[in-house]
Design a protein around this ligand. Structure first.
Ligand code: AP5
Length: 205
């Protein structure tokens, strides 16, 4: 499939969880704006420091910062045959900017109701050595690594409510925007991880 793919959905929908299999199936590199911002924060760059207050509060980082980040990233050689965007675009201005610099062939919307989101987010843990995402109930980590697992600062109930409201007011209108362009495909994200993956695989053939 030519062009780029966008993984779309609320916080905790399973975008990061499903990304690996899509990368494997398509050969397109994953570009996660959340991961890029967290890396900038860990390195203490100016960008990271600017993004910090928004991220920890659960608010969206301003569009010009994000668009600048993506423009730079898309200059890399590995982006030439399209990429898998995870967590971008998240506003109509971001989608408009993207349309000017890259071709999007499919938007995969992972649908999960709000009631399921808080439990997923609050129970998420990450292995800092491998980047693997776990969940205390839905995907427990092997016991030998459990002591090194970390929890994201924005994975608390207050921040998640703000993230959900940012999603509903600023991001969800994008679904209609892409639907009008005929490239939006929806999958049921409120089922076992393997079943979500199976639904996505059918879209990629
Ligand atoms: P970002 O890192 O993109 O966070 P997010 O969109 O809130 O998405 P998450 O990473 O929380 O969820 P996910 O869908 O990847 O779920 P996961 O697979 O981990 O962004 C963080 C912040 O950065 C934003 O708040 C904002 O400030 C800023 N930002 C980033 N991009 C931006 C942009 N474009 N514009 C402006 N600001 C931006 O799964 C979650 C948990 O559920 C895991 O524990 C997993 O094991 C579990 N799980 C997954 N699937 C299932 C399943 N089917 N059943 C049960 N459990 C499951």
């Amino acid at each position: 499939m030519g062009g780029s793919i966008v993984l779309f959905g609320p916080p905790g929908a399973g975008k990061g969880t499903q990304a690996d299999a899509i990368v494997l199936a398509t050969g397109k590199p994953q570009i996660s704006t959340g991961d890029m911002l967290r890396a900038a924060l860990a390195e203490g760059t100016e960008l990271g420091l600017e993004a910090k207050k928004y991220m920890e509060a659960g608010e969206l980082v301003p569009d010009d910062v994000i668009i600048g980040l993506i423009r730079e990233r898309l200059k890399s050689q590995d982006a030439i045959n399209g990429v898998l965007f995870d967590g971008f675009p998240r506003t109509i201005p971001q989608a408009e900017a993207l349309a000017e610099i890259a071709e999007v062939s499919m938007v995969i919307s992972i649908q999960v109701p709000d009631e399921a989101i808080v439990e997923r987010i609050v129970g998420r843990r990450m292995d800092p050595e491998t980047g693997e995402i776990y969940h205390i109930k839905f995907k427990p980590a092997p016991s030998e690594i459990s002591s090194r697992l970390i929890q994201r600062k924005d994975d608390n109930e207050d921040a998640v409510r703000t993230r959900l409201s940012a999603y509903h007011s600023q991001t969800s209108p994008l679904a209609e925007w892409y639907l009008q362009r005929g490239i939006l495909k929806s999958v049921n994200g409120n089922q076992a991880m393997g079943d979500v993956q199976d639904e996505i695989s059918l879209l990629l053939v």
